[in-house]
Design a protein around this ligand. Structure first.
Ligand code: KPL
Length: 307
């Protein structure tokens, strides 16, 4: 199986290393340093068990990539449009794309570009921190939840089998929206709080004020989900967020990493999107709103150039 990996960041590196065990992987991206590092030194993943290096083929231009069976979309939410167009270019006519990105919006973009039958969505609860271009540290294991009703799952099965062979814990859920909003609860609570206070995920368990703030944001996001009739895959949003923090305690959230590297964050697709839905439906969203504003203000100070 030939898989196109769109995304050269922490998760792109993690998935590249593991998928290279079981498939031919082409990594496509625009970040030169990461592609050069992968080309010359391989992709490197550091885990508690040691360091694993894998060589994948890299390309900056989709025209160089032979036809692929599947594309995995792991770019930032705001880079989805280009990644979706590249996926369309490199996929075989029956090839499928799976997004494991954060936030609301990327899946809809993928569906628009590829058509609804070829676009799939899941979420990953894993954490990874980019230590250098092409070199990531696993910050916590966790499942990949795929919202894939059994009636229509057949085109996805070969990729699911490879993901499992590569060592990922894939769990199938029937309800796609529940899966997406479940992850959104975690991201809207953990990402901005860890980014603003510049702490790893585990600090939300150690510092009661931060833990209480994250728990309150989780409950607020969950109330927006429930108002739309979405059944979340857990009972207690704050307890779920605490569990994700436990599993990814050593990890730097992706938003904290973005700000540290002077990159734009995914705040618009996370707290910004939840606040917009809350406002539209008359559900109070003061915490999502405040965190969105605070991260936007920090972005204006820190971000060097749009990507
Ligand atoms: O998805 C994540 C992220 O950082 O974006 C979590 C699960 C919070 C892990 O850090």
């Amino acid at each position: 199986m030939r898989i196109a990996l769109l995304g050269t960041g922490a998760l792109g590196t993690l998935f590249g290393v593991r998928l290279a065990r079981v498939a031919e992987v082409w990594m496509l991206g625009t970040w030169r340093e990461a592609l050069e590092a992968a080309r010359h030194h391989g992709l490197r993943l550091i885990t508690p068990q040691g360091e694993e290096t894998a060589f994948v083929t890299v390309a900056e231009d989709p025209a160089e990539v032979p036809p692929c069976d599947a594309a995995l979309i792991l770019v930032k939410a705001y880079q989805t449009e280009r990644a979706a167009r590249w996926a369309l270019q490199v996929l075989k006519p029956a090839g499928i794309a799976l997004t494991l990105q954060n936030g609301l919006g990327p899946y809809e973009t993928l569906q628009t570009v590829l058509g609804p039958e070829r676009a799939w969505q899941g979420v990953t609860m894993m954490g990874a921190t980019l230590e250098a271009p092409g070199r990531a540290r696993l910050g916590g294991e966790g499942p990949i939840w795929l919202g894939a009703p059994s009636s229509s799952r057949a085109p996805l099965e070969p990729l699911l089998a490879r993901l499992r062979q590569a060592g990922f814990a894939v769990e199938i859920r029937e309800d796609l929206r529940g899966v997406i909003w479940g992850k959104l609860v975690a991201n809207t609570a953990i990402n901005p709080v860890t980014a603003l206070f510049d702490v790893p995920n585990g600090a939300l368990l150690e510092r009661p004020t931060l833990g209480r703030l994250a728990g309150a944001v989780a409950r607020e996001t969950a109330s927006v989900a429930r108002a739309q009739g979405i059944r979340l895959p857990f009972e207690d949003p704050a307890a779920f967020v605490a569990e994700v923090c436990r599993r990814t305690a050593a990890n730097s959230s992706s938003m904290r990493q973005d700000l540290q590297r002077g990159r734009p964050t995914e705040i618009d697709a996370l707290n910004g999107a939840v606040a917009a839905i809350g406002r539209e439906r008359g559900i109070p969203v003061p915490l999502n709103e405040a965190l969105w504003r605070a991260v936007k203000a920090l972005e204006r100070k820190r971000v060097r150039a749009p990507v």
